[in-house]
Design a binder for this molecule. Structure first.
Ligand code: NIG
Ligand code: FE
Length: 454
C-alpha cells in the first residue's frame, strides 16, 4: 500500500488549525443516528454545486485543536473564522485534490486480539463441515483459545498493531475490540488490557468489550453441566474481575444454539449491565436463537449478525425502535460471505421497520478474517441490498452509536472529534464500488494527519 504512517502526527511546527480544502464532496453525516428512510440521508455537499473542488466556495472542513469547528464553503468558512477571532495564519491546509471527504470509518464489531490462524477450516467447510460442528469438535473458537492462552502479551500486541495498521489503511479511525479468546479471567484481563493499551498508543481509538461468554472452554466441557457451570464462573469470577479492572465498556455473549441460550445470555448481560457494562450480543448468527428478542427486551446497545432472526425478533427490534429505545442492528455481511451462506441478514426489512443498521467487519480468524471495512461495505451493498449511502451511515454515525460514542465521532459536526478520511475517489458512492482497492488518500485522527499518501 502506498501510504506513509506519520508516527507523531504532522511534522513540526504543529499548528492548532487544519483546513481541509479541494474536496469533490464532503459528507457531513450530521444529524445523529440514522434509521428508516433516513438511513441513507448522509449530508453530502458536492463541490460541483459551487463550481468544482477548487472553486472559491467549494466545501471545506475547519478543525481547531482536534475538533471540528465548521463545515461550509471555503470562502464562507474563512469569513466566519475571521469574524470569530480564529487566526487564519494558524491553519495548515490539507488539499484533498478532488477526493471525497467523509467522517473516519468506525468498525463496531471486531475480535482484534487472537493468536494463530485457522485457514484449514475454510477447506473443511468447503467439504461440507458446519461452523458449529467444528466448534463442537473442539476446533473453531477453541483452537484460537488454546493459541491465545499460550501467546505472550507482547506477541498479541504485535499482532494487534499489525491489523490496526491495516484497518487504518482502509480509512478506519475507531474500532471495537472484543476479548473472548481467553475464557479464563487472567487471559480475558490480559486481552482487554492490550486492547486498551493499543487504543492509547493510537492512532486508532479502541473500545474494549468483554466477551467471556464466547464459548465454553475445555476445562468446563467435560462436566455434565459444563455450560451452566461456566455461566456461573462468568457471573461469580470473571465478571467481577473484569468490572474491577475497568477496561471493558461493554459485555457481549455468543447467544446461539449449542453455545449459550437466550436465558444464559440474559443472566450474563443483566449482571454485566448492573456493573456498568453496556450489553450487546451475537444474536441469531447461524440459527434463530431468541437473540433479537432478548436484545429488545433488555435494551441492548446492539444486536449483532442477525442473519437468521425470527419474525418475532424482527418485530421486537422494530417495536423497540418505535418506542425510542433503538437497538442498533450491527450486521456483518463479510461473515455470511466467508461462511458461504445463502441466507443474509434481512437489512431491507430492518430499514423498512425503522431499525438503525450498522455494518462491521467482525474481524476474527474463523468467520471473517478481513480487516477491511470497505470490503464489508461492498458485501452490504451486494448481499444485503443496502445502498452505498445507507452503508456509509452504517459505518460512521450508526457504528459510533453502537459503541456509545455518537456524541464524539461518526459525523463532521462542530464540537465533534476531528476524525476524517480523504479518499482517492471523488464520491463516497465509489467506496464500496471498488472492492479491495486501495482508496485512502489521507486519514486525520483528532485533527492530526496520521496517514498520508507517500
Ligand atoms: O462473530 N460467532 C462467534 N464469534 C465470531 C467467530 C469467532 C471465531 O470463529 O473465532 C463471529 O462469527
Ligand atoms: Fe463476532
Amino acid at each position: 500500500m502506498s501510504l506513509r504512517l506519520i508516527a507523531g502526527g504532522r511534522d513540526a511546527p504543529k499548528l492548532p488549525g487544519l483546513l481541509v480544502v479541494g474536496a469533490s464532496e464532503v459528507v457531513t453525516m450530521s444529524g445523529g443516528l440514522r434509521a428508516g428512510s433516513d438511513q441513507g440521508a448522509i449530508g453530502r455537499r458536492a463541490a460541483a454545486d459551487a463550481g468544482g473542488p477548487t472553486a472559491p466556495n467549494a466545501p471545506a472542513v475547519a478543525i481547531w485543536d482536534g475538533r471540528i469547528i465548521g463545515v461550509a464553503g471555503l470562502a464562507d468558512l474563512e469569513r466566519a473564522l475571521g469574524a470569530e477571532g480564529y487566526p487564519i495564519g494558524r491553519f495548515e491546509r490539507l488539499d484533498a485534490r478532488g477526493g471525497a471527504v467523509t467522517p473516519g470509518l468506525v468498525d463496531p464489531h471486531t475480535h482484534l486480539l487472537f493468536a494463530g490462524s485457522r485457514e484449514g477450516e475454510l477447506e473443511l467447510r468447503q467439504r461440507g463441515a458446519a461452523y458449529l460442528e467444528i466448534l463442537a469438535a473442539g476446533g473453531g473458537i477453541l483452537a484460537t483459545v488454546a493459541a491465545t492462552r499460550g501467546a505472550s502479551s507482547e506477541t498479541l500486541a504485535v499482532h494487534g498493531r499489525r491489523w490496526l495498521g491495516e484497518m487504518l489503511g482502509h480509512g478506519v479511525t475507531t474500532i471495537e475490540a472484543k476479548s473472548g479468546y481467553g475464557l479464563d479471567l487472567a487471559t480475558e484481563l490480559r486481552l482487554l488490557e492490550i486492547a486498551h493499551h493499543l487504543g492509547r498508543e493510537g492512532p486508532i481509538e479502541v473500545v474494549p468489550t468483554w466477551l467471556g461468554a464466547h464459548a465454553v472452554p475445555p476445562e468446563f466441557r467435560g462436566r455434565p453441566d459444563g455450560t451452566e457451570s461456566y455461566v456461573r464462573h462468568l457471573l461469580d469470577e470473571q465478571l467481577p474481575g473484569i468490572a474491577a479492572q475497568g477496561r471493558a465498556v461493554a459485555a457481549d455473549v455468543f447467544c446461539e444454539e449449542g453455545v449459550f441460550t437466550a436465558d444464559q445470555s440474559r443472566r450474563v448481560l443483566m449482571a454485566a449491565a448492573a456493573l456498568g457494562l453496556r450489553p450487546r450480543l451475537h444474536a441469531d448468527e447461524l440459527t434463530p436463537s431468541g437473540g433479537a428478542e432478548l436484545a429488545a427486551e433488555i435494551g441492548a446497545t446492539t444486536a449483532d449478525h442477525l442473519a437468521t432472526p425470527s419474525d418475532a425478533g424482527i418485530a421486537a427490534l422494530a417495536a423497540a425502535a418505535a418506542d425510542g429505545r433503538p437497538v442498533v442492528a450491527t450486521l456483518l455481511p463479510a461473515t455470511t460471505w466467508f461462511l458461504m451462506k445463502d441466507r443474509h441478514a434481512p437489512a431491507r426489512t430492518f430499514i423498512d421497520a425503522g431499525v438503525p443498521v450498522a455494518i462491521g467487519t467482525d474481524f476474527n480468524p474463523g468467520t471473517s478474517p478481513t480487516p477491511s471495512l470497505p470490503l464489508a461495505m461492498t458485501a452490504a451493498c451486494l448481499n444485503l441490498r443496502m445502498s452505498p449511502d445507507e452503508v456509509l451511515a452504517a459505518v460512521t454515525i450508526n457504528a459510533a452509536q453502537a459503541l456509545g460514542l455518537a456524541d464524539e465521532i461518526g459525523s463532521l459536526e462542530p464540537g465533534k472529534q476531528a476524525d476524517l478520511v480523504v479518499w482517492k475517489v471523488p464520491t463516497s458512492r465509489q467506496i464500496p464500488y471498488w472492492p479491495a482497492a486501495d482508496l485512502v488518500r489521507t486519514v486525520v485522527k483528532r485533527g492530526e494527519v496520521v496517514l498520508a499518501e507517500a
